[in-house]
Design a protein around this ligand. Structure first.
Ligand code: 5RP
Length: 292
């Protein structure tokens, strides 16, 4: 066999988790909670406030997530919002954001540090943690060290690490060449999952060059729902394991319809046109009062 296919879900022998076959039981158990037996995942991020403040439609995060959680495979959240706005009986796995320390008003978003200890990660009962890296920035080395340090902190407890290949304000960096570089470096430093952006050209180079699952982030809100369905579908066809979509879900006029349609595209095999039709049906059945 040319390469390690990863650990296989007992319920679905066709869908191994990439790069996980040699990990310990605790790590496999947590990864299997984060990636469904169909080999796919749909994470709901609400961590934006850690540098953006009260982001539109996330001013009251507890209210934003309440109707969306049934369709989320994990919630990506800071410890502050977790304690303040997420009920402790939540059954959705928590991915705790543990890098930060910068803001949109500061000198450079890339100048991040680690903001939670291993004791705090365990106290929050996190299934995994997430940390940003800024490859190519003035803070490349510092943020890569943040990633290496959190991997060293989490490995003894078999807690998976999701690396976030962040670009700060430089959205034009989102080319397959750059993203492949950043994703591979993240995996080399020990990330178990890598979150990155979608690129319309050569995206398979990003997923093929990364020995662990790649999850796509959404970025700023798209003009139409169809654009979102198209890039998510294409990313999955080209090797992504799933998505971590925030603004394109909870800033949509019909967030529940968007969440459910994306869930059906990711987990039930709907094509973009079918997901768009489902969105139309669900949105019209919610009625105009559901628009936000
Ligand atoms: C913000 C993040 C977000 O989790 C990520 O960008 C996904 O959210 P969106 O789909 O809104 O871009 O890491 O720092």
């Amino acid at each position: 066999m040319a390469c390690d296919p990863g650990v296989t879900h007992p319920m679905s022998p066709q869908t191994p988790i990439k790069g996980a076959s040699h990990l310990g039981w605790g790590m496999k158990n947590r990864l299997m909670r984060l990636i469904r037996p169909d080999g796919r995942c749909f994470y709901l991020p609400i961590d934006h406030g850690y540098f953006l403040g009260p982001t539109r439609c996330l001013e009251r995060p507890g209210e934003t997530i309440r109707p969306l959680l049934p369709w989320a495979d994990a919630l990506f959240v800071t410890r502050g919002v977790l304690r303040a706005a997420v009920p402790p009986d939540v059954s959705t796995p928590i991915i705790l954001r543990v890098s930060g320390g910068t803001s949109i008003a500061g000198h450079d978003l890339a100048d991040e540090t680690l903001v939670a200890s291993i004791e705090e990660i365990i106290r929050c009962n996190a299934t995994a943690v997430g940390v940003s890296i800024f490859v190519g920035s003035d803070y490349e080395k510092q943020t890569l060290k943040n990633l290496a340090d959190i991997v060293s902190m989490c490995q003894p407890y078999e807690i998976p690490v999701m690396a976030v290949t962040a670009v700060g304000k430089e959205l034009e960096k989102r080319t397959a060449k750059y993203l492949a570089l950043a994703c591979r470096i993240a995996a080399e430093l020990g990330a178990n999952v890598v979150k990155t952006y979608y690129a319309s050209e050569d995206f398979e180079k990003v997923t093929e060059g990364c020995p662990v699952p790649v999850v796509i982030a959404g970025g700023p809100k798209c003009e139409t729902q169809r654009e979102v369905f198209d890039f998510v579908y294409d990313g999955l066809q080209r090797g992504a394991t799933g998505v971590n979509l925030g603004r394109n879900v909870w800033q949509d006029p019909h967030p529940v319809a968007m969440m459910r349609s994306l869930h059906a595209l990711i987990h039930d095999g709907l094509r973009p046109d079918e997901a768009a039709a489902l969105y139309g049906e669900l949105a019209s059945s919610e009625g105009p009062e559901a628009s936000g």
